[in-house]
Design a protein around this ligand. Structure first.
Ligand SMILES: NC(=O)c1ccc[n+]([C@@H]2O[C@H](COP(=O)([O-])OP(=O)(O)OC[C@H]3O[C@@H](n4cnc5c(N)ncnc54)[C@H](O)[C@@H]3O)[C@@H](O)[C@H]2O)c1
Length: 310
């Protein structure tokens, strides 16, 4: 397989870091483009002499254009997350998730390079995060149709695993695991019957790698990364309590703004068909969820002092 020079915006973040490891293992050259440099991560992840770092902001069109031009493929993972967290301040996600993405697409068009845009499973929710990610997804498809670019789009369901932060955005997995390990109350918003499609970060990184590396796959469809057979939040909490042997209690509070009661976010049948047909990715390629959770919990246990709880 051809060895590419790959630029990953937001490459220092949770998903980006797993993608970097996946691509390095496949022998590609990787550049991380991020708005700050985290030396600890570069040391801990063993990237010091392997990964190039480029300090830059997606909002800065000139530096994005230049960075894209120096790479074979650009993966746009940089973004501002948060459903409830963005409701009262929608402008930053608009600037980064939409305008930043358009800067990347513009660079891909000008330099005639392959690109990638990450999208979300809860694309239909009316919060600034989902709205902005979905707008960028639609712009990617528009660039492909009107400007002949090759930007592949993948919607991530609920990605979990080692290295995911618990703050400032309250992603579900670390916000159940960390209090469970500390014996603190676990907060559940709403009934806990919301259905999520939890996919292990290393499996998601492999799907993403195939989306960007495979030649000739269609770029006018939206790929989906999930496992199917979603799980309720209540079930996740039960599994984590069992795996950690925790004595934590569950504290039930009202739904957060920006989220929907009893929502279902899950890969579609068509999404699975596309994974099999275009990416040769089948359910047997996934790590069983209990093993993936146990592995991730072991990592959080080891790194617990890096996740202050309040
Ligand atoms: N975590 C999930 O379950 C999930 C699901 C679907 C899609 N996504 C998408 O995947 C991407 C990565 O998510 P994550 O969970 O790794 O989040 P993360 O917060 O860990 O990573 C985001 C990265 O983007 C960088 N970034 C933010 N603004 C930037 C800017 N203006 N310029 C350059 N870099 C910037 C951050 O510094 C960070 O390193 C996001 O675009 C997110 O919308 C995540």
């Amino acid at each position: 397989m051809k060895k590419n020079k790959i630029l990953i915006t937001g490459g220092q973040g949770f998903i980006g870091s797993h993608l970097v490891d996946n691509l390095l293992a496949k022998g590609h050259k990787v550049t991380v483009f991020d708005r700050y440099y985290d030396e600890k991560k570069f040391n801990d992840y063993g990237w010091k002499n392997k990964v190039v770092f480029m300090l830059g902001d997606l909002k800065d069109r000139d530096s994005v254009l230049e960075a894209v031009g120096h790479h074979d493929i650009t993966v746009n993972l940089g973004g501002l997350l948060g459903t409830a967290e963005t409701v009262h301040n929608p402008l930053p996600p608009v600037e980064v998730n939409i305008m930043g993405a358009i800067n990347v697409f513009h660079g891909l068009k000008e330099h005639k390079k392959r690109g990638f845009q990450i999208a979300v499973g809860n694309h239909w929710m009316n919060n600034p995060y989902s709205i902005t990610k979905t707008t960028a997804e639609r712009f990617a498809l528009m660039y492909n149709k009107e400007h002949g670019t090759d930007i592949r789009v993948l919607r991530g369901m609920n990605v979990f695993g080692e290295r995911q932060n618990h703050r400032p955005v309250r992603k579900i997995f670390p916000n159940v695991v960390i209090p469970a390990l500390l014996g603190k109350d676990i907060t559940v918003y709403g009934s806990g019957n919301q259905i999520m499609d939890l996919i292990y970060a290393k499996d998601f990184a492999e799907i993403l790698a195939r989306v960007i590396l495979y030649d000739g796959i269609p770029n006018n469809i939206i790929y989906e990364g999930g496992v199917g057979g979603g799980m309720t939040i209540n079930k996740l909490v039960d599994m984590v309590i069992k795996l950690t042997k925790s004595k934590s209690k569950v504290n039930r509070v009202a739904m957060r703004p920006g989220e929907e009661k009893d929502s279902v976010v899950e890969i579609t049948k068509e999404g699975w068909d596309n994974l099999k047909k275009h990416l040769k990715f089948a359910p047997k390629n996934l790590m069983p969820v209990e093993r993936a959770m146990a592995q991730s919990i072991a990592w959080y246990k080891k790194h617990l002092n890096e996740f202050p709880w309040n």
